[in-house]
Design a protein around this ligand. Structure first.
Ligand SMILES: [Zn+2]
Length: 144
């Protein structure tokens, strides 16, 4: 699943940080994928996870709920995306690289496992972490 997210990241425009996200249904079928498009769309909320969640909800057929779905993403989600995936009732989150500066799934905060919230997805982080981090390193090297 993280491998699919790595593929999705390749669709990011050349000015956008290459982060990819894919949503799968409970049977493991892909519902939607997206790359970060903040620069391309001029939209501060156009993170890969948000775009993929929106598209997945549109095809999933249960309104805004993505119960039983898995969100795979190349990078540890930020507070906005962590909040969005909890609100979407995503059942499972799998991500690649850790993000010590803004990560909200254990690094800086732990939004998705906050016991005060009534929905807490299962989490697995650090899957194919080196490959996911390499995507970002490569991008930032060419930006300097
Ligand atoms: Zn985000």
């Amino acid at each position: 699943m993280v491998r699919a997210a790595i593929d999705a990241a390749a669709a990011a425009g050349e000015r956008d940080v290459p982060v990819g996200a894919v949503v799968f249904d409970s049977a493991g079928r892909e519902l939607a994928r997206a790359a970060n498009a903040r620069e391309a769309l001029g939209d501060p909320t156009a993170h890969a996870e948000i775009l993929a969640l929106r598209r997945a909800a549109a095809v999933h057929g249960d309104g805004w709920r993505l119960e039983g779905a898995t969100l795979a993403v190349t990078l540890e989600p930020c507070t906005m995306c962590a909040g969005a995936l909890v609100l979407a009732r995503v059942g499972r989150l799998v991500f690649g690289a850790w993000e010590p500066k803004t990560g909200a799934v254990g690094s800086l905060w732990d939004v998705v496992r906050d016991r005060r919230l009534n929905h807490r997805p299962e989490v697995r982080g650090g899957v194919l972490a080196d490959e996911c981090a390499a995507l970002l390193d490569q991008f930032f090297r060419t930006q300097r």
